[in-house]
Design a protein around this ligand. Structure first.
Ligand SMILES: Nc1ncnc2c1ncn2[C@@H]1O[C@H](COP(=O)(O)OP(=O)(O)OP(=O)(O)O)[C@@H](O)[C@H]1O
Length: 589
């Protein structure tokens, strides 16, 4: 922590020191453009590289910041120090509306909507008399601080780059937090994050908003730096160029944003001189080179140039937040041993004409492991998805401790005390095991994005990480907590999912084929963990194909066939049943 803080202070101190260097004015102008681009790409890294949402419309948000301050300072007495807030408010309102409409839909709606948005705003700026049409607005006043003009040269350089670094630190803080883990989970699709209680739509809109606000600040600075605004720097071409900068630098890395912005600006300048000379005619040929470069980077270095630097550093290891501190988080009231925890009553699911689950009923009691077995296509996963809210039931009721949960969304069900694992492990490979597990504790914290950015979340963060470490010890993975999750073998990956689910302090644990892909020893370790959890009073529903494991650990089991409940009984009763044997062998019974 201290090392990080010192490093950041050193970076901030370097800015005024660089300004003291006897560099030609031209270089400061270059660095100023790089800083302005970096502010936009920082937001894009969060949005696209980390959140997995593509926007071609960031230049339009830059335009809003620039035009707002230009128009207001030219037509009213407002100081630029006030117009920035107006620009931010307009940006926030447009980003919220755009995000709210498009982010609810999956697929390519956001990229398409941002293209439409970029084009619409470009033509709006170019056609409004009040905004000077395509000539724009001239004579934007200078930005002054204490009577000093800070809108050009070295003073602008210092102000701008301090903002760039502070913005980068805020984003780094954000990513290293409860909200940051939720944001990083967005790329894996919404199912896993929602089952941890994350409101994925809110988080998507949140990062879209943050990226737009970063772009707006860049536009505000740009208007006072250029002293004039016109639509061309805010068009779709520039929107694509910002995306190129983020991809080139490394869309998953905060420092990749600055790297990409710097390289693009420097290359652009060189190419604009060199290419017309080589070709013998003038034109924007650099765009062709950028296009080729983009293809090459995506093919050979999909994580961008910064990934080369990131590879040199040791795997992420948190030293700042101690993981053995007090946990001190509120816990759920536990049901008494033998009390009914889950009641599945006449649950039904149809897909068109197919009845995948046909009026199935069963109960799970506190402190027992219930197996849900059956041949392929019997309806186990569908039943699992009906309980966890991934699918809406066509009929029947599911109750958790007497409260009806059917019809609720999966994050609402998670809040009520059901935690789950996935048939195909869902985790974030470039986060550490500890961070992945801490994602399971999402609902046990409250700190939001702003608190995280300002580092006011440390007490809570310490508790969440201590809790994650405790659950990792519980499943025997204490030694691996600082490894990258992507490096784990299948056995530990399954245990990671169990530890993550346990972080939610669940009343009921639902495990979807946890033994799939495990070797014998790993299965034994899994069986030991399940028995230990039952010993601690946990109720577990186990959907599993591995009969050895099921017979070893389950107290009772429900057997399904063709969507219906074939029988329910102890492992011995199920094993002795001719009907079950026939179902598995595919013979008549
Ligand atoms: N989204 C869906 N749309 C249409 N049919 C579906 C859908 N999901 C499942 N089904 C069908 O419902 C039936 C039950 O499938 P389900 O995946 O629940 O079985 P399962 O017992 O979990 O099988 P497995 O052991 O192979 O995972 C199957 O016939 C399957 O093809």
């Amino acid at each position: 922590m201290k090392a990080t803080l010192l490093g950041r202070l050193a970076l901030l101190a370097i800015v005024p020191l660089v300004a003291l260097l006897p560099l030609p004015e031209f270089w400061f102008t270059q660095l100023n453009y790089i800083g302005l681009y970096s502010l936009v790409t920082l937001g894009l890294v969060l949005l696209t590289g980390i959140g997995g949402l593509t926007s071609f419309g960031q230049a339009a948000f830059v335009g809003i910041g620039a035009y707002t301050t230009a128009w207001l300072t030219l037509n009213t007495e407002l100081s630029p120090w006030l117009t920035i807030w107006v620009g931010l408010a307009i940006t926030a309102a447009s980003a919220l509306v755009l995000g709210w409409v498009t982010l609810r839909m999956s697929g390519h709606y956001l990229p398409l909507a941002t293209i439409a948005w970029g084009l619409a705003l470009y033509y709006l700026m170019g056609n409004m008399d009040a905004l000077g049409k395509y000539d724009g607005l001239l004579g934007v006043p200078a930005l002054t601080l204490g009577g000093i003009d800070i809108s050009r040269g070295k003073p602008f350089f210092i102000f701008l780059w301090l903002l760039v670094f502070l913005g980068a630190f805020a984003l780094l803080n954000l990513l290293d937090s409860r909200t940051g883990r939720a944001i990083r989970a967005l790329r894996t699709g919404s199912q896993m994050a929602e089952s941890m209680g994350v409101d994925t739509l809110r988080h998507k809109i949140g990062i879209f908003l943050i990226a737009a606000l970063f772009a707006c600040v860049s536009g505000w600075l740009f208007a006072h730096f250029q002293r004039t605004v016109n639509p061309s720097p805010f068009g779709l071409k520039m929107g694509i160029e910002y995306l190129f900068m983020a991809v080139l630098g490394g869309a998953g890395y905060i420092w990749g944003a600055i790297t990409g912005a710097a390289l693009t600006k420097l290359m652009e300048d060189q190419l604009q001189v060199l290419l017309p000379r080589l070709i013998g005619t003038s034109g924007s040929f650099e765009i062709i080179v950028f296009g080729i470069l983009l293809v090459l980077v995506l093919k050979y270095l999909p994580d961008g140039l910064w990934s080369l630097v990131a590879r040199l550093r040791p795997p992420a290891r948190r030293t700042g937040v101690p993981v053995d501190g007090p946990i001190d988080l509120p816990t759920r009231a536990r049901p008494g041993h033998g009390e009914v925890v889950l009641q599945v009553q006449d649950v039904r699911k149809t897909f068109g004409g197919l009845v995948a689950v046909n009026d199935v009923s069963f109960e799970i009691r506190a402190g027992e492991i219930m197996g849900l077995i059956g041949p392929n296509g019997a309806g186990k996963s569908t039943t699992f998805n009906l309980i966890t809210g991934v699918l809406a039931a066509s009929g029947g009721t599911v109750r958790l401790q007497g409260e009806t949960i059917s019809g609720l969304r999966s994050r609402q069900i998670a809040r009520r005390g059901i935690a789950r694992s996935f048939q195909h492990v869902k985790m974030i490979p470039d986060m550490t095991v500890l961070e992945n597990v801490a994602l399971g504790a999402h609902l046990r914290g409250q700190a939001g994005a702003l608190r995280a950015m300002l580092r006011l979340d440390r007490r809570e963060e310490q508790r969440l990480l201590a809790l994650a470490a405790q659950q990792l010890r519980r499943v025997g993975m204490a030694d691996q907590m600082h490894e990258l999750a992507g490096n784990l073998a299948m056995g530990p990956q399954r245990l990671l999912e169990i530890a993550r689910a346990l972080c939610a302090d669940p009343t009921l644990l639902l495990l979807d084929e946890p033994a799939a892909g495990l070797r014998y020893k790993e299965k034994q370790a899994l069986a030991a963990v399940l028995r230990q959890l039952r010993g601690e009073g946990m109720s577990i529903l186990l959907v599993e194909h591995d009969m050895d494991l099921v017979m070893q650990v389950c107290d009772r089991m429900v057997v399904m066939e063709f969507g219906t409940r074939l029988m329910e009984g102890t492992p011995a009763e199920v094993q002795a049943s001719p009907a079950v044997r026939a179902a598995y062998l595919g013979t008549e019974h």
